[in-house]
Design a protein around this ligand. Structure first.
Ligand SMILES: [Zn+2]
Ligand SMILES: [Zn+2]
Length: 339
């Protein structure tokens, strides 16, 4: 058996390189995963561009990893060798901080983040905390599952945890990696789903994914259109552009919420009166824990939600990452390994 594996690491900010590393033994509470597929997520840029707080290099990015368990460390009871599993952004929690003591593991003050605080899935092998591992349903391939491990759970959790009732008006801003999943989840959860994006190019697709209506921000004011429809109970903002989010707030119904899922360094401008009148709010949503991901996968199987995927061999990760950053991915790139 090979003693080494291929990984794509960030050794200096802004560049990815292929390296051979010795295959590690899983430690206590860890499993070793043979990665078959790993999605490329926009948040990987926080590792690649070295923006993640406290990041130490070299680091292997990737938090949408799917494959099989290769080996198991001590004190791991839930998993077995050969089992099909995945790992998302949530890489484990410390179990003893204030948030963890209150059961809020995703907000752990010492959260382990796959591909940022520990090495992730741009590799043939990765170690993972047994608490962060999720079981994959038989009916999803590793490639199909990968984008659901971050983009999927992020949009699914944001919607299912929002104070919504079936039939409510829900807008999804952005028809990209996150948004194209958000539209599918919103519609299949029973919401009147509206897609918002720039230009008319994505209208047809948005409607195929389940949107009942499409707002082109180049030709209409999204807030005015949403108000004509009665006001959105939730706007799920997935575009990686803070400046495009502020103008949406006036389109919310009373007590409506702008839920921010798209990470961008740009500020969101908010007019205080738009929050005060109607008691509207702006809030963030941060992915989900391992069991949230399992719920996402189960719902995706039940309601046939799938990401639109293009696959690229792991060796071409740098080129694929650059294409994602230019906004050219349609809609999720998944790196694959030859096993
Ligand atoms: Zn992600
Ligand atoms: Zn904690």
């Amino acid at each position: 058996m090979a003693k080494t594996y291929k990984a794509v690491e960030v050794a200096a900010a802004g560049s990815l390189r292929i390296v051979e590393r010795p295959i590690p033994e899983p430690g206590e509470g860890q499993v070793l995963i043979r990665v078959e597929a790993c999605g490329i997520c926009h948040t990987d840029s926080y590792t690649v561009e070295s923006l993640f707080p406290g990041l130490s290099l070299p680091r292997v990015p990737g938090h949408e990893a799917a494959g099989r368990i290769e080996a198991i460390g001590s004190r791991v009871s839930r998993w077995r060798v050969g089992q099909r599993v995945g790992v998302g952004f949530f890489g484990g929690h410390d179990g003893h901080c204030e948030s963890c003591r209150r059961g809020d593991f995703i907000n752990c003050q010492n959260l382990t983040v796959s591909g940022a605080s520990v090495d992730g899935g741009y590799a043939e092998m990765m170690l993972a905390d047994a608490n962060a591992v999720v079981s994959l349903p038989d009916s999803l391939s590793a490639i199909e599952a990968a984008p659901l491990l971050c983009a999927g759970v992020t949009t699914y959790n944001a919607l299912r945890n929002a104070p919504l009732r079936s039939g409510d008006l829900v807008a999804v801003q952005g028809v990209g990696g996150l948004g194209h999943l958000g539209i599918q989840f919103a519609r299949r959860m029973g919401f009147r789903t509206v897609a918002i994006a720039r230009g008319s190019g994505k209208e047809k697709l948005a409607k195929e994914l389940g949107a009942i209506s499409y707002i082109d921000t180049q030709t209409e004011d999204p807030a005015a259109t949403l108000q004509r429809m009665g006001g959105a109970k939730v706007i799920l903002a997935t575009a990686a552009s803070g400046s495009s989010m502020g103008p949406l707030i006036a389109g919310l119904a009373p007590r409506g919420r702008l839920i921010v899922a798209g990470a961008s360094p740009e500020p969101i401008q908010v007019e205080p009166v738009h929050l005060i009148f109607g008691a509207r709010s702006v809030e963030g949503t941060l992915t989900g824990t391992a069991v949230d991901i399992e719920d996402t996968l189960a719902f995706s199987v039940l309601e046939n939600v799938r990401a639109m995927i293009e696959t690229v061999p792991l060796e071409r990760a740098a080129e694929a990452y650059a294409r994602m950053m230019r906004g050219d991915a349609r809609f999720r790139i998944v790196l694959t390994t030859v096993q």
